[in-house]
Design a protein around this ligand. Structure first.
Ligand code: BGC
Ligand code: CA
Length: 168
C-alpha cells in the first residue's frame, strides 16, 4: 500500500510500503493527527474540551474583533461553564468575549443568540459607567477571584479578544 506523507503545505510524497490497507489508513490517521497537534501548538490557537480558541495579541474594537473571529471561521468566545471561565481566565490576556447588551440595555446576549444564564461579573459590574455606555464584556479584573472578573466596557475602545470554534 502507498502511504502519503505531506512534507509541507504544498508537497506530498507517496511512499510505497508493505502495509495492509488498514495499517496504511491507521498510519495516515496518526500522521494527520500529529500535523494537527503541531499546527495548534505553533499558532495562537489552544484547545479546551471540544473547542478551539484563538488568543489575539493585538487590540481592536468589539466590532473589528468580531470580524476578525468570523474571518477565522470562529466567533467571539461564548462562556458556557465555570470550567471554560477558568480556562479563559488562566490565559491571562484580559480578553473581550462575545457578550453584549447593545440591543437592549441590561439584557445580556451571547453572539450565538443565547441569553446569559451563568455570569462571572466582578463586584459592582456591570455598571455601564462610560459616557456613551458600556455594552461589551471583557475578562478585565485579573486581581479579582477567577469567577468574578467580568467588566462591561465601551465597545469602541480597542482591547484584546478571544475567538472560539465550537467543536473545532
Ligand atoms: C470602572 C469600570 C469601568 C471602567 C471604564 C473603572 O474604573 O470600575 O466599571 O468599566 O472604569 O469605564
Ligand atoms: Ca464597567
Amino acid at each position: 500500500m502507498a502511504v502519503s506523507v505531506s512534507a509541507g503545505d504544498s508537497e506530498t510524497i507517496e511512499v510505497e510500503t508493505n502495509l495492509s490497507e488498514d495499517s496504511a489508513n491507521y498510519f495516515n490517521m496518526k500522521i494527520n493527527r500529529a500535523k494537527k497537534t503541531e499546527a495548534v501548538q505553533k499558532s495562537e490557537w489552544r484547545t479546551f474540551n471540544t473547542s478551539l480558541y484563538y488568543i489575539s495579541n493585538d487590540y481592536k474594537t468589539w466590532e473589528d474583533s468580531r470580524q476578525d473571529c468570523l474571518k477565522r471561521g470562529a466567533d467571539l468566545a461564548v462562556i458556557n461553564s465555570e470550567e471554560e471561565q477558568v480556562f479563559i481566565s488562566q490565559l491571562n490576556t484580559k480578553p473581550r468575549i462575545g457578550l453584549i447588551d447593545k440591543d437592549s440595555e441590561g439584557t445580556w446576549k451571547w453572539v450565538d443568540g443565547t441569553p446569559l444564564t451563568t455570569a462571572f461579573w466582578s463586584t459592582e459590574e456591570p455598571n455601564d459607567r462610560a459616557v456613551d455606555g458600556e455594552d461589551c464584556v471583557s475578562l478585565y479584573y485579573h486581581t479579582q477571584p477567577v469567577l468574578k472578573n467580568w467588566n462591561d466596557l465601551a465597545c469602541n475602545t480597542a482591547f484584546m479578544w478571544i475567538c472560539e470554534i465550537v467543536n473545532g
